[in-house]
Design a binder for this molecule. Structure first.
Ligand SMILES: NC(=O)c1ccc[n+]([C@@H]2O[C@H](COP(=O)([O-])OP(=O)(O)OC[C@H]3O[C@@H](n4cnc5c(N)ncnc54)[C@H](OP(=O)(O)O)[C@@H]3O)[C@@H](O)[C@H]2O)c1
Length: 240
């Protein structure tokens, strides 16, 4: 008997980790929908997937857009939450504490709001994968703000794994990954930071979006893993 085709929705699938995850999951037996705010960027991502995915442009930080998207979507099987914020990096002494609230608004609330809106149509035998960050797991100077933001997602995952059972709920905690997330830095500065992190990381390099996509694909496909944090950081957590 042939298995039913499954459907994965990737919120923040138009670049970086989300797009690499779409590329990894797409294939016989898996339909994928990618989302993002910027329509042009989304279209470019969709083209890079050979037009094989579905796409939908909306802002996951706007509850009415989130409800409209999930209201129109119909039943689906897996939800990957890759929307990002970029706030909260820097030494604590000079950290603008408003950036913590901004980071919650840009990353934590959109991820939680998508899951809430998805619940009526998300298969109970499927999965949810949040994306947090290793900044919530390391004692590394300069990450108190961004670590606090990402720590919220690490906290909710085991709770939701029990509360929403049998739906599986997991989270990936990436280390430093070479994606457009870092585009706020000028090229030379970004390369210098990557070289510094590569030197600190046991595997000797920063991550690629495909590294994290592989971790997400494992959590999507393994039906006996729930409530887990999968750190995908080349060992940075233990060396920083
Ligand atoms: N790269 C790293 O070093 C690293 C490390 C740890 C954790 N992470 C986390 O990994 C996740 C993916 O980041 P990435 O590195 O792949 O960054 P990225 O390349 O910038 O991708 C972010 C994706 O999210 C979308 N997005 C952002 N805000 C959104 C919103 N409000 N509504 C809908 N879509 C939204 C972006 O598209 P639009 O801009 O068009 O909306 C894009 O598709 C993020 O949660 C990030 O915090 C990244």
């Amino acid at each position: 008997m042939t298995e039913k085709t499954q459907h994965t929705v990737i919120i923040g699938g138009s670049s970086g980790i989300g797009l690499a995850t779409a590329r990894k999951l797409l294939g016989p037996g898996m339909k994928v929908t990618i989302t993002g705010r910027n329509e042009e960027k989304l279209k470019g991502a969709w083209k890079s997937l050979g037009g094989a995915a579905e796409k939908a442009a909306f802002d996951a930080s706007k509850p009415e857009e989130v409800s409209r998207f999930f209201g129109d979507l119909g039943p689906f099987d897996h939800l990957v939450l890759a929307a990002s914020g970029g706030k909260g990096l820097g030494p604590f002494q000079t950290l603008d504490l408003a950036d913590i609230a901004n980071g919650v608004d840009e990353k934590v609330r959109p991820q939680l709001s998508c899951l809430q809106a998805a619940l009526p149509t998300l298969s109970k035998s499927g999965s949810v994968t949040f994306i947090s960050a290793v900044s919530a797991q390391v004692a590394m100077p300069g990450v108190a703000g961004i670590g606090a933001i990402n720590g919220m997602l690490l906290t909710v995952v085991p709770i939701l794994a029990v509360e929403l059972k049998p739906l599986r709920v997991n989270v990936v905690a990436p280390g430093v990954i070479d994606t457009p997330w870092w585009d706020f830095l000028p090229d030379a500065k970004r390369q210098a930071i990557f070289a510094e992190y590569a030197g600190k990381t046991p595997v000797g390099r920063v991550g690629r979006a495909e590294d994290v996509a592989g971790a997400i694909a494992f959590l999507v496909s393994n039906g006996f893993v729930t409530g887990q944090v999968l750190t995908c950081d080349g060992g940075l957590r233990f060396a920083a």
